[in-house]
Design a protein around this ligand. Structure first.
Ligand code: HEM
Ligand code: HEM
Length: 124
C-alpha cells in the first residue's frame, strides 16, 4: 500500500472539506462548528500531510507493519472522532449519547501515533 500517497491524498480531501466548512462559517457568521473546522484541518489535513511526508522522505519507514497499523488507526480514529464531533456540535445527536465514542476514537489515534513513534525510533 502506498502509505505516503494515501495519507497525502486523504489529507487533502479533509482540507477541501475543512476549507468548505470555514468558508461557510465565514459567510453565515455562525461559528458554532469552529472546533470541528479546526480539527478537520489539523487532525485531518495537517497531521496527515506531516505523516505522508515523513513516510516519503525517511527510507524504510513506510515498509514496516507499524506504518500500516498507524495508517488504519489514524484513518478510523480521525473519521469517527470528526464525524462524532460534527454530530454533537451541530446538535444532531446529544452529547450524552455520543460521548462514549470519543475516548475510543482518541485511543485509536493515540495508538496510531505510538506506532508511528516506535517506527521512527527504529528506522529514522
Ligand atoms: C479558506 C480557508 C479557511 C476559512 C475560510 C476559515 C474560516 C474560519 C472561521 C470563520 C473560523 C472561526 C473564527 C472564530 O470563531 O473566531 C475559523 C477558526 C479556525 N480555523 Fe479556519 N478557516 C480556513 C482555513 C483553516 C486552515 C487551513 C486551518 C488549519 C490548518 C484552520 C484552522 C482554524 C483554527 C485552529 C480555528 C480556531 C478554532 C477554535 O477557536 O475553536 N483554518 N476558521
Ligand atoms: C485526538 C486528538 C485531539 C483531541 C481529542 C483534541 C481535543 C481538543 C479540545 C477538547 C479542544 C478544546 C475545544 C474548545 O475549547 O472548544 C481543542 C482545541 C484545539 N486543538 Fe485539539 N485535539 C486533538 C488534536 C489536535 C491536533 C492534532 C491539533 C494540531 C495539529 C490540535 C489543535 C487544536 C487547536 C489549535 C485548538 C483551538 C485552541 C483555541 O482556539 O483555544 N488538536 N482540541
Amino acid at each position: 500500500m502506498a502509505i505516503s500517497r494515501n495519507f497525502l491524498l486523504i489529507g487533502t480531501l479533509y482540507l477541501v472539506i475543512g476549507i468548505g466548512l470555514g468558508s461557510h462559517m465565514g459567510a453565515s457568521g455562525d461559528h458554532t462548528l469552529a472546533p470541528v473546522h479546526a480539527h478537520i484541518n489539523l487532525l485531518g489535513f495537517t497531521l496527515m500531510a506531516v505523516f505522508g511526508l515523513c513516510y516519503r522522505v525517511i527510507p524504510g519507514l513506510a515498509e514496516a507493519g507499524l506504518a500500516r497499523a498507524h495508517f488504519w488507526l489514524h484513518q478510523a480514529g480521525a473519521l469517527v472522532l470528526l464525524a462524532a464531533l460534527a454530530l454533537m456540535m451541530s446538535g444532531t445527536v446529544a452529547g450524552e449519547v455520543i460521548g462514549p465514542v470519543f475516548p475510543v476514537a482518541e485511543l485509536a489515534i493515540l495508538a496510531g501515533v505510538l506506532c508511528f513513534g516506535l517506527n521512527l525510533w527504529r528506522r529514522a
